[in-house]
Design a protein around this ligand. Structure first.
Ligand SMILES: Nc1ncnc2c1ncn2[C@@H]1O[C@H](COP(=O)(O)OP(=O)(O)OP(=O)(O)O)[C@@H](O)[C@H]1O
Ligand SMILES: [Mg+2]
Length: 244
């Protein structure tokens, strides 16, 4: 079942066609990787999906709803969450409070009063911290975490909201090889509830965690399909040997 249908999406910056008629179908509860050389349009596409900017051509349908021109807050309210390259945590607050704020900022006041007693909220936060190997850091200031742990905290701030779709732009950027490997493992369990669209430069890493890959080149889809298919694609090989 398709959860995200991207149809003929275009985005122009001046005379540059950063996205030039992109079509992608993302299946529910899969991990879908976006790869391609520098400047191929990966982040521009992710931003159009998140509502950080709007596509100037085409349609984006999420969970049956046309979101092409909807603001990010609306997209988040129907289960589409995103994390960009820049880390967005509150460094002066504890790790625990960062997650608490994240839950409280999305729950309606009625939800908070009705079902989220402090105890059940606390359980949920501790469970999420454990899932992302941050339990022993709960009381530390978020700004004191390692770069990798800060990325995990930010991802966990999205995951605790149980989004239907999570968009990640290079979550392992700047991580040590060990943190990078751990990130793959930490993400795998979210598949039960969440579909993932993820941009990454490290092909070996993304191949291991994704079901499907789409390769962008100069604002167009070069190829799309299972990891197996893309690994064997001559078109993709050519772009990666000539341009990366
Ligand atoms: N706000 C903007 N204004 C003008 N040009 C932009 C803007 N954002 C992106 N571009 C251009 O659009 C093209 C696609 O950029 P984008 O950031 O989407 O590439 P990318 O595939 O994410 O690259 P990287 O792998 O380096 O992150 C590039 O040529 C870039 O310079
Ligand atoms: Mg980018």
């Amino acid at each position: 079942m398709t959860i995200l249908a991207i149809e003929n999406i275009g985005k122009q910056f001046g005379s540059l066609k950063a996205l030039d008629g992109i079509d992608i179908n993302v299946e529910k509860n899969t991990f879908h990787g976006l790869i391609g050389p520098n400047g191929s349009g990966k982040s521009t596409l992710l931003k159009a999906l998140a509502g950080d900017h709007f596509a100037d051509q085409g349609t984006i349908t999420f969970d049956g709803i046309d979101i092409t021109h909807q603001p990010p807050e609306y997209r988040a309210s129907i289960g589409l969450n995103f994390k960009f390259q820049i880390t967005a945590i509150f460094p002066e607050l504890s790790v625990y409070d960062n997650i608490l704020l994240s839950v409280q900022s999305t729950a309606s006041i009625w939800e908070l009063i009705r079902s989220r007693s402090r105890a059940s909220l606390n359980d949920k936060i501790l469970e999420t911290l454990e899932q992302f190997q941050l339990l022993d850091k709960a009381e530390s200031l978020a700004g004191e975490l390692s770069h990798g742990q800060q990325q995990w905290l930010e991802i966990s701030m999205s995951v605790i909201r149980k989004p239907k779709l999570l968009l990640l732009d290079e979550p392992t950027g700047g991580m040590s090889p060990e943190e990078r490997r751990a990130t793959g493992e930490l993400l795998l369990p979210i598949r039960k509830e969440t579909t993932l669209v993820i941009v990454e430069h490290d092909l070996e890493w993304i191949k291991d965690i994704c079901d499907n890959l789409t390769v962008l080149d100069q604002g167009k889809v070069l190829d799309s399909g299972t990891v197996d298919k893309i690994e064997k694609s001559n078109k993709v090989k050519e772009v990666y040997t000539t341009r990366v």
